[in-house]
Design a protein around this ligand. Structure first.
Ligand SMILES: *Cc1c(COP(=O)(O)O)cnc(C)c1O
Length: 495
């Protein structure tokens, strides 16, 4: 299986090369040249397997230059009992005959990014060996919250790697900040930036594109890489849980093998829902992928009109991981739906950078209509949803998941489509205590770790152990860099 770039399909690489490179040189993203189909009777075979074995089998269809032994050892380490608090790894909870929640937050940081970031370090370090890379890798991350912590946990004490995370001093919740500053591990660094998320991201990009600095650290045996969701090694592990959820529903008799289902996905950078698209393209019986947004409704508009327009107001919301105006992974979908037309895809991306908008062809638009539906929900509606679901089903969901459930309710009302649906649940409600408490009618003025106990009392549920442990956690990292002085922090980190 070879990988090609969305902006130059003549670039062909092995999966190990694509994963170690991350981004193609001309700025494109790597995709598999062909989407592999699920083997005959795959669902019946996977049904009998553990999550780990399903993951090894499915990833193996894409990673033909990795051995089965490698993949078996990666899935054991990534999704084992040290990392996940349930042997099911990604359990499906059912609230009524045709509504299910796929819980992707049982990993070390209690958000769905663990599903990919527990796996990526294994894929990446093996890729370095396969491609003959002799230098060690330094992962640089700018985070608005969830990615930074999940990347720190994934790369903690991984051989031949170091990881440095920058977060905006005033842009993350108290819980998110303490999660990062108390991070354990010998190879980790965490630093605040005096600015917002864009400042942190701009600073990291500037470091990446500084040839002098690259040369300087190359002499010391280091090169820079990124853990964000443009790397194929982050997308691939996410395909697994769509297929796994389907198997679980067949196993419990909720659906027949072969019956179509829908997925409703709280969406930001379009990585999660794109993995669902790949699962569908592999032959998983999926009718619609429902794309859910918060008030930042750029994707709703795009999927409904075919026009992507990032020139709009940016809102901060109670579902911060979906506060995004440019969804990078959409590029992969445009490439696939255009029939792998690299020039056309590159053209959209150029227009997005230069003009802030683009419109897709009628061919792409009709293919989008065939597979996707879209909607958005604001903060007030989202809080109301959390309260209603808890009252009616005694099931507590976080703000991101509640956006998706609300959008699903609208979708069902507007279309009459009552196909069984899996709502992808992306974070533990305990990561967003203040908003969830308010939704339950208990408005608090603070946003600290003290709210964890409060939410536990009010909801009668138990906080996940990694978040409960924050109550006694000590910060190890208290540095704060000016936004134009991030490079010296990395230099010192690698010294
Ligand atoms: C990152 C994130 C999302 C959005 O996922 P994308 O792959 O960026 O679309 C949704 N919910 C939570 C909790 C997240 O951390």
């Amino acid at each position: 299986m070879q990988y090609i770039s969305t902006r130059n399909a003549a670039t062909r690489l092995s999966s190990a090369q694509a994963i170690s490179r991350g981004l193609s040189r001309e700025g494109g993203l790597f995709v598999p040249e062909l989407v592999p189909l699920l083997p005959k009777d795959a669902i019946n075979k996977y049904r009998a397997m553990s999550y780990q074995d399903r993951a090894a089998a499915i990833m193996g269809l894409y990673l033909t230059d990795y051995t089965k032994e490698e993949l078996d050892s990666f899935v054991k380490a990534a999704y084992g009992p040290d990392a996940f608090d349930t042997p099911e790894v990604a359990p499906v909870k059912t609230i009524d005959d045709n509504t299910h929640f796929l819980e992707l937050w049982h990993g070390p940081t209690c958000a769905f990014k663990d599903m990919a970031l527990q796996m990526l370090p294994h894929l990446l370090t093996a890729a370095l060996i396969k491609t003959g890379e002799e230098k060690q890798v330094c992962i640089l991350v700018a985070t608005s919250g969830d990615t930074g912590k999940a990347a720190l946990e994934g790369f903690r004490d991984v051989d031949r790697t170091k990881i440095m995370v920058f977060y905006p001093r005033d842009g993350v919740s108290d819980i998110q900040k303490l999660q990062m500053t108390s991070q354990a591990g010998e190879n980790v660094g965490v630093c605040a930036v005096a600015g917002n998320f864009d400042d942190a991201q701009t600073g990291v990009k500037a470091i990446f594109s500084d040839p002098k600095f690259r040369a300087e650290i190359a002499e010391k045996g280091w090169f820079l890489s990124s853990a964000n969701s443009i790397n194929w090694g982050r997308l691939l592990p996410q395909i697994v849980y769509y297929i796994s959820a389907y198997c679980d529903l067949v196993n419990r008799g909720a659906i027949e093998n072969g019956q179509e289902i829908n997925f409703c996905v709280p969406t930001g950078n379009f990585g999660d829902i794109l993995a669902g698209w790949y699962a569908r393209a592999m032959g998983l019986p999926v009718k619609k992928l429902i794309c859910a947004s918060n008030r930042n409704d750029v994707l709703t508009e795009f999927l409904n009109t075919g026009v992507y327009n990032r020139v709009r107001e940016f809102y901060t919301s109670i579902s911060p991981s979906m506060d995004i105006l440019v969804s990078s992974n959409l590029e992969r979908l445009l490439f696939e739906l255009s029939g792998q037309a690299d020039e056309e895809t590159a053209g959209y991306m150029t227009r997005l950078t230069k003009l802030g908008r683009y419109e897709v062809t009628p061919k792409i638009k009709s293919r989008l209509d065939n597979t996707f539906a879209a909607g958005f929900r604001d903060d007030e509606q989202t809080k109301q949803t959390i309260g209603e679901v808890f009252k009616k089903h005694s099931y507590l969901i976080d703000t991101h998941t509640a956006v998706a459930y609300g959008v699903l309710e609208d979708y069902r009302k507007n279309t009459g489509d009552d196909t069984p649906c899996v709502v992808v649940s992306t974070a533990s409600p305990y990561k967003f205590c203040a908003a969830v408490l308010e939704a339950l009618g208990d408005k608090e003025d603070t946003d600290g770790v003290g709210l964890i106990d409060k939410l536990s009392q009010v909801s009668g549920t138990k906080a996940p152990a990694p978040l409960a442990a924050l109550k006694t956690a000590k910060a190890r990292f208290d540095g704060c860099a000016e936004k134009d002085a991030m490079l010296p922090v990395v230099r010192e980190f690698l010294a």
